[in-house]
Ligand binder design. Structure first.
Ligand code: BGC
Length: 441
């Protein structure tokens, strides 16, 4: 694989790192911002989820702006927004100011969440596309881990500790902004704007002499309509089924419950009577498992395909959550088995739905409609994320752990059945070959 392509993917994946960091950093600040801003429990819930509302708006913005201004420029805008959000939230003296800063950060997360994987998918050679797009998921996971660690290291820095925790994000934001000057615009976007010479230059560097011309020709063939696409184009009979697959997969990625663990693990452990001191150890175990199994997925995804990974992953997730549910029903939650099932669940997610859903969402749509199609799918992902995040503590309290995890287990099973029947395999083919294949169906 060309080192140039790897460099480009790593730069774009910095967007994923910021996405992971920004969504996770808040967990370490909660105990300090709650008294500082005088927040009730509900107020805290809204403050924490304010970012997610920004995300939803950011994805919509990226869908349109990514087509109009190009993937690279809009990613630069996201880097600036990450920076402003870091400095703004770290220096906030009023709740309103803090919320605005967090929402701006959310806008950036939303933009990065679609443009980073999409940009990589549009630059990657077909053979390695799965691995390279999964690099973005790896970066998300690393971003989450870095946030947990940096929060831990900064917690002892006095009454302004939460400000430092939030300010840390300014560094990778600056890095992303400047490193984007090193990478080219997406050749598929350039071709869609009739800038074929520039597109060819990029393809020569990413795919090599032999395939560049052929690839450009192939891209040109898929771009018969040259005016800018509209969201309503997604509802044509050929595209609508793809849109449904994108939305349903994205929603399943969230409603199978991953962020009940990622955002609430300490609460679950406290709920089963485990002490707070082990919180850091558990966080490291969860983050480490997530990281290791994302690497496993990166090795397997172009070899075995996206579909097989999701099928095996969903089976494992179903079983792990069923096990967890049984432990709650039978009051056996004090032992080590709770941790075993939780880590098993994380491992199966990380090796399957975690990266694969982003990969497939970036591959499903034709060149002309990728930005808009992916944005609708990913908006659905963020809405589902917000709903689960808000509902989970209530479910745990009102329905008990046994029923809550049984419900999530059944959802994993439903995901398995859906993927078996409806999701196409996308490995190994160029985006244009996929486009032609889907157009025939
Ligand atoms: C999901 C995030 C989740 C993360 C955990 C991502 O693929 O979209 O919601 O927090 O994986 O690793």
């Amino acid at each position: 694989m060309k080192s140039y392509v790897i460099l480009i993917s790593v730069v774009a994946a910095l967007g994923g790192l910021l996405f992971g960091f920004d969504t996770a950093v808040i967990s370490g600040t909660i105990n300090f911002i709650q008294p500082y801003f005088g927040l009730s429990e509900a107020g805290l819930g809204w403050t924490v989820s304010s970012l997610l509302f920004g995300c939803i708006a950011g994805v919509m913005l990226a869908g349109k702006a990514g087509d109009h201004y190009g993937r690279k420029k809009v990613l630069m805008l996201a880097a600036l927004l990450f920076f402003i959000s870091a400095v703004g939230s770290a220096t906030a003296h009023s709740l309103i100011f803090f919320l605005v800063a967090r929402i701006l950060g959310g806008l950036a997360v939303g933009v990065a969440s679609i443009l980073s994987p999409m940009y990589i998918a549009e630059l990657a050679p077909a053979k390695y596309r799965g691995t390279l797009v999964s690099l973005n998921q790896l970066a998300i996971v690393i971003g989450i881990l870095v946030a947990f660690f940096s929060n831990y290291l900064l917690v002892g820095t006095g009454e302004n500790n939460w400000r430092w925790m939030l300010l840390v994000m300014a560094a990778p934001a600056i890095l992303l902004f400047f490193s984007l000057f090193l990478v080219p615009e997406s050749p598929r976007w350039l071709a869609a704007r009739n800038r074929n010479d520039e597109a060819l230059k990029v393809l020569l560097k990413t795919s090599g002499k032999e395939s560049a011309l052929a690839e450009l020709k192939e891209i040109g063939e898929t771009l018969t309509v040259h005016e800018e696409s509209k969201f309503s184009d997604l509802l044509t009979p050929k595209i609508k089924p793809l849109l449904f697959i994108g939305i349903i997969l994205a929603v399943f990625q969230q409603i199978t419950g991953i962020n009940t663990i990622m955002y609430y693990a300490p609460k679950i452990f406290a709920n089963v009577g485990q002490s707070n001191d082990s919180a850091l150890l558990q966080t490291i175990l969860i983050g480490g498992t997530n990281l290791v199994f994302t690497l496993v997925a990166m090795v397997l995804i172009d070899r075995f395909g996206r579909k097989l990974l999701i099928i095996i992953g969903s089976m494992g997730m179903t079983l792990m959550l069923a096990g967890l549910s049984v432990l709650f029903f039978t009051n056996q939650t004090s032992g080590v088995l709770v941790l075993v099932f939780i880590l098993g669940y994380i491992a199966f997610f990380a090796a399957s739905l975690g990266p694969a859903v982003w990969v497939v969402a970036a591959e499903l749509f034709p060149n002309r409609l990728r930005s808009k199609g992916m944005s609708i799918a990913i908006v659905s992902l963020w809405i589902a994320c917000a709903i689960v995040t808000i509902a989970f503590p209530i479910m745990l309290e009102r329905l008990s752990g046994g029923i809550t995890f049984l419900i999530f287990s059944l959802i994993c099973l439903a995901n398995l059945l859906y993927v078996l029947k409806y999701v196409p395999e996308t490995k190994g083919k160029t985006l244009e070959e996929l486009e032609k294949e889907f157009a025939k169906k």
